[in-house]
Design a protein around this ligand. Sequence first.
Ligand SMILES: *[C@@H]1O[C@H](CO)[C@@H](O)[C@H](O)[C@H]1NC(C)=O
Ligand SMILES: *[C@@H]1O[C@H](CO)[C@@H](O)[C@H](O)[C@H]1NC(C)=O
Ligand SMILES: *[C@@H]1O[C@H](CO)[C@@H](O)[C@H](O)[C@H]1NC(C)=O
Ligand SMILES: [Zn+2]
Length: 497
Amino acid sequence: MKIKITKKTILKFFGILLLILVLSVLILFAVVIGRTFTYKENTELEQWQNTTTIYPGLSLEQKKQLLENFKVAVQIPTVSFSESEQNISALQEFDLLLRRVFPKIFSSSLVQHEMVGNYSHLLTVSGSEPDLEPYMLLAHIDVVPADEADGWDAPPFSAQELNGFIYGRGTIDNKQSVMGILQALEYLLERGYTPRRSFYIGLGHDEEISGPQGAVIIVKLLKSRGVKLLYVLDEGLTIVDGVVDGLIGPAALIGVSEKGKATVKLSASTPPGHSSMPPRESSIGILASAVTRLEKNRLPNLFGHGPERATFEHLAHKFGWPYRMVMSNLWLFSSLLSGVLEGQPDTNAFVRTTTAVTMFNSGVKINVMPAYAEAFVDFRIHYSQTLHEEMPVLESDISSYDEDTFGYQIIKKTVHDIFPQVTVSPGICVGNTDSRHYTELSPDIYRFAPSWYKPGDSARFHGVNERISIQNYEEIVLFYFQLMQNSDIRNLPAPRI
Ligand SMILES: *[C@@H]1O[C@H](CO)[C@@H](O)[C@H](O)[C@H]1NC(C)=O
Ligand SMILES: *[C@@H]1O[C@H](CO)[C@@H](O)[C@H](O)[C@H]1NC(C)=O
Ligand SMILES: *[C@@H]1O[C@H](CO)[C@@H](O)[C@H](O)[C@H]1NC(C)=O
Ligand SMILES: [Zn+2]
């Protein structure tokens, strides 16, 4: 049989092809637009049990008092200088401060207080219903060093007030949580509150040097007592406002994971000699080219393989045009978005294992060929990757952010109670916190404190002019005040259908 190909059949064929193409484009367009405008936030839970017996408000007198307490806390220079050096006298002074300004906590029969590793604090608050699983709040007392000469507008341990802000090291990392949690508990106890659900408060004194005497020992102690925790809330992410391109309005990002970490040392050795007769390659040259190759060949972009994708999906409806269309259709635009994200260092950190060459040492004299060169590389590991077994990596798990996950939903509800205008979404912490030591006590570890994070604020963490607004500190006290009461809810309500 012969198939006759005429001009007409060819035209007909292309006509049909064109029609299919046009229809496909139209359907695609309709789906993209449809998803953009029907995208809705996680199903809201309804009919919460009301456990708020004490209204979260502050009198003028209380506002004055909590600010005064906070300022004194910032003024005590609880600096962790290095792995082996901390300001011990400041840590002792801080302990005395807590006992002085929170008399109810330290005298209540509901609260058991223990010192751990000499300067960390563990508080156990006994609830009236012991069969409810307890939760735990974490914060840390120590701070990184600060030098006024770096350009501070007010001395870093002055807690000076400028335009409604308190300036000082530790105001957002992390004395706002230390003092906020305790101040909230003090006010609740003052007003006769007895929690139903027991909880713990852990205040580490060495978080900035990875917590060997604080968090690590607290966890050991709790483990020896057979404690299991319903959820853990530590510092980490914040309320972002105006710092994510295209995102309209503020969003509270609840850290459900933190990146792992691995430090790698590279070294090169060559025979030493006089620099008047150099070999073709020096140890510095060999190591420099290795380091250059590492920087040139970034590890792969893994957007979509970790929880960073969920962040955008949760926030999609809060983005302006055309971002909203992109976020609502990540099935189509995932590679476009991942390309944009890797363009900026702060968003690039979410999508891949980052490679940072942080130290490079070699050479002793101008006219001596160096026998040895070494460099250190600080890798922050993306969730979906693990390194080779011989490498010490701090693994990270993802905590659940489902509708039936108690901790996440209680934190979300509390954000909505105190900040009705703020959207809530899961996020990833790119730094490390004490909470990573708690994975054996609870599957659900969250990293969030309700500090507002606005344009320019990223440089204040561990940087110059760390500060918090007075209003924000009051909000933080109210947040923990409400969180403690909300955590008394026995069970989550069923999701709305
Ligand atoms: C919860 O109960 C308290 C009194 O126990 C009441 O003052 C408050 O208005 C209630 N809150 C809601 C949201 O119903
Ligand atoms: C350590 O803290 C004390 C306050 O307790 C302070 O007077 C002292 O200057 C601090 N030392 C250093 C080296 O910062
Ligand atoms: C606690 O203090 C004691 C006595 O000053 C000291 O011997 C011990 O090493 C300290 N422990 C820690 C964990 O710092
Ligand atoms: Zn911190």
